[in-house]
Design a protein around this ligand. Structure first.
Ligand code: COD
Ligand code: ATP
Length: 198
């Protein structure tokens, strides 16, 4: 198995890259998706979050009110750390299970937005960082419907591209067009993935 850790700041283009890698046959383990699953109604994760932050983070139907929780944790670092301390161990545990279930010869891509922040770079054969200028990312996130202030608050809660580059084996530059990003993914697959698979 070849384990690739894929990371980048919010709006950098990780999902675009992971989609291209899956088209080539990679198996994806997506931390954002797992983080949603471990907070679904009826889970111990959601119960723990409600015990910590109160009923105000629940919607009328009993599911997590993601916007309400986001408003709390992206304006208060200590609240964000408390949320991370509850959710990240659950995400890691589920990720380990999904990796164990993948075929032995898989090219495994872990999309982990907070890979650098959580000190996980050493857990992968290759760390791939998707990088794009902060203002480009803000513009793309606003284009996707996030309020500009909320985009900036999330960027402020994350590592910088410089910190990510410091642990990267490969940096994909997503300041250009989607086609230019796809060309870099093709080159990465041909030069780093295929040879490693033998
Ligand atoms: C706060 C929550 C409810 C907001 O939900 P929302 O649907 O608005 O965002 P979503 O989960 O799709 O995340 C989008 C992006 O926000 C950023 N982000 C999310 N949580 C965090 C965090 N704790 N610290 C820094 N950035 C974060 C990441 O770039 C992520 O890709 C949710 O993000 C959450 O439960 N976060 C804690 C778990 C976590 O750290 N997830 C990210 C990686 S595992
Ligand atoms: N090169 C590009 N040019 C223009 N728009 C792009 C480009 N790459 C990605 N986008 C758009 O920017 C947004 C962010 O891209 P994507 O969802 O792939 O990033 P992400 O890192 O997975 O984001 P998140 O951290 O929110 O999960 C999306 O709306 C995507 O369609």
């Amino acid at each position: 198995m070849l384990r690739i850790g894929l990371t980048g700041g919010i709006g950098s283009g990780k999902s675009t890259v992971s989609g291209l890698l899956v088209e080539r046959g990679a198996v994806l383990v997506d931390a954002d998706r797992i983080a949603r699953e471990v907070l679904e109604p009826g889970t111990p994760g959601l119960a723990a979050v409600v015990a910590e932050f109160g009923d105000g983070v629940l919607s009328a139907d009993g599911s997590l009110d993601r916007a309400a929780l986001a408003a709390i944790v992206f304006s208060d670092e200590s609240a964000r750390r408390r949320l991370d301390a509850l959710v990240h161990p659950l995400v890691r545990q589920r990720s380990v299970e999904l990796v164990a279930a993948a075929p032995d010869d898989a090219v495994l891509v872990n999309d982990v937005p907070l890979l650098v922040e959580t000190g996980q770079a050493g857990s992968y054969d290759l760390v791939v960082v998707v990088a794009a200028e902060r203002e480009t990312r803000v513009a793309r996130l606003v284009g996707r419907g996030l309020a500009e202030a909320d985009a900036r608050a999330r960027i402020a809660a994350q590592a910088t591209d410089e910190q990510r580059r410091a642990v990267a084996d490969v940096v994909l530059d997503n300041s250009g067009t989607p086609e230019q990003l796809a060309e870099q993914v093709d080159r990465f697959w041909a030069e780093r993935v295929e040879p490693a698979r033998g």
